[in-house]
Design a protein around this ligand. Structure first.
Ligand SMILES: Nc1nc2c(ncn2[C@@H]2O[C@H](COP(=O)(O)OP(=O)(O)OP(=O)(O)O)[C@@H](O)[C@H]2O)c(=O)[nH]1
Ligand SMILES: [Mg+2]
Length: 191
């Protein structure tokens, strides 16, 4: 009971990490799984990562973000428990391209309706990185996010999540900053 209260009951989940090429998907997964960044190489073939975080066993798929491989994303949608969509917050020239991909994601009915969507604004260590507020505007999610409270806190406050939980967190995978909180949010919303 106590474990459940603290969200530590034995859970497992499958999620998909997507976003434009160069956003930091592979770097994030290597950090989570191996604790290192390695030498990043663009991803052309999907790979599978297994690791545990906060008492939950995860299977994550890294399918690459180059335009040519984006069509593969959809083939994973029906089987995922959660989706992480990463944006390079310092790459202003590609915000509209990222938004277009996010829009098509949000309108895709093959994603399970209750699968939470975590938006990560990565690379905030770069001086040119957009603020969270600006990135929200660029992605068009200003009035569409769930809030940063964990699901348990929301439930305790009587909040019911009618639609897909979605929230934006800023992070630097390089500096190991921000994504821990984001992951706790994500796992709390996974059923
Ligand atoms: N400054 C900074 N650079 C980062 C950060 N995270 C990743 N990078 C760099 O961004 C580049 C791309 O990272 P990848 O993880 O290969 O990007 P990806 O999203 O997997 O790209 P594709 O596989 O091509 O879709 C690499 O040079 C990383 O070192 C970060 O938080 N800050
Ligand atoms: Mg990659």
């Amino acid at each position: 009971y106590f474990l459940e209260l603290f969200g530590l009951k034995n859970k497992n989940g499958t999620f998909l990490v997507i976003g434009l090429d160069n956003a930091g998907k592979t770097t994030l997964l290597r950090r989570l799984k191996e604790g290192t960044m390695g030498t990043p190489v663009p991803t052309w073939y999907s790979s599978k990562y297994e690791f545990s975080f906060g008492g939950i066993y995860f299977t994550a798929f890294d399918v690459g973000g180059h335009e040519q491989v984006r069509k593969v994303w959809r083939t994973y949608f029906p089987a995922v428990d959660a989706i992480i969509f990463i944006v390079d917050a310092s790459d202003h020239q590609r915000f509209s391209e990222a938004r277009a991909e996010l829009d098509s994601l949000l309108s895709d009915i093959s994603i399970p309706a209750d699968a939470p969507l975590l938006l990560l604004g990565n690379k905030i260590d770069r001086p040119t990185a957009a603020s969270e507020e600006d990135l929200r505007r660029w992605l068009g999610v200003q009035h569409r996010t769930t809030g940063k409270q964990l699901a348990q806190a929301g439930a305790a406050a009587g909040i019911e999540f009618q639609s897909r939980p979605m929230e934006l967190f800023m992070c630097s995978v390089l500096q190991q900053q921000g994504y821990g909180e984001a992951f706790r949010w994500l796992t709390s919303h996974m059923r």
